[in-house]
Design a protein around this ligand. Structure first.
Ligand SMILES: N[C@@H](CCC(=O)N[C@@H](CS)C(=O)NCC(=O)O)C(=O)O
Length: 215
């Protein structure tokens, strides 16, 4: 199975960590938006990453891909089946992919991707507003809902944790710290999930790449 993309994208990172937690072997094939390779475009018709292939089956969108992975290898189940737990898992996936990503993306694009990789100047005011105005309420929400078990749903690792913790890697790359005095649960939670073997090697690999490409 092939995942097309770069784990600097939280969506690609989510798929790679999910596959690792399930014990499914996937190959990461480097690809970036704008890639015109027909093999990639067949998997991702709008050129977004991640794309995915399993033989003659190709699909894009991180949530569609993880749904496929959870279905082909049901154990360990990472998308709960109990109705409320399932709904909450999908909610957290959505919270991460839309609300959290929209905020982190403004920082990551304007401070790293644009200036470093696309040759366009970043808008620091957009990044600053995202960090100072948009991020705190998103952390306040997590601080309220993280259970004592350290897992968002069913007191065990699920897609909810993989999706929510992933975008925090981009904040780490930006040296945007989560103040442990204000958000103690969030800072402990994120550190614990990102320390799992499913995430850690990607985080380290990304950090090394960003260090190599720093001006
Ligand atoms: N909902 C999609 C979002 C994928 C997405 O937007 N990926 C970004 C990278 S973080 C991308 O490829 N952007 C380039 C573009 O929109 O052309 C998913 O979950 O996979």
């Amino acid at each position: 199975m092939i995942v097309y993309g770069s784990t600097l994208s939280p969506f690609v990172r989510k798929v790679m960590a999910f596959a690792a937690e399930k014990g499914i072997d996937v190959e990461l094939k480097p690809s970036a938006p704008g890639n015109k390779d027909p093999e990639f475009l067949e998997a991702s018709p709008f050129g977004k990453m991640p794309g995915f292939r399993d033989g003659d089956f190709a699909i894009s969108d991180s949530s569609a891909i993880v749904a496929y992975l959870d279905a082909i290898k049901p154990e360990p189940n990472l998308i709960p089946t109990e109705p409320r737990a399932r709904a909450r898992t999908i909610w957290f996936d959505e919270y991460a992919d839309t609300i959290l990503f929209a905020c982190g993306g403004k920082m990551f694009f304007n401070r790293i991707v644009g200036p470093r990789f696309l040759g366009v100047p970043g808008d620091e005011e957009i990044a600053r507003k995202a960090e100072c105005d948009e991020l705190p309420p998103l952390l306040d929400y997590l601080e309220r809902v993280i259970p004592d078990s350290g897992f968002l749903v069913e007191d065990r690792i699920t897609l909810a944790d993989i999706a929510v913790a992933g975008p925090f890697v981009n904040l780490r790359h930006l040296n945007v710290a989560i103040d442990p005095a204000r958000w103690p649960k969030v800072s402990r939670y994120v550190a614990a999930i990102l320390d799992r073997p499913s995430f850690k090697p990607w985080v380290e690999r990304e950090a090394a790449f960003l260090e190599r490409t720093a001006a």
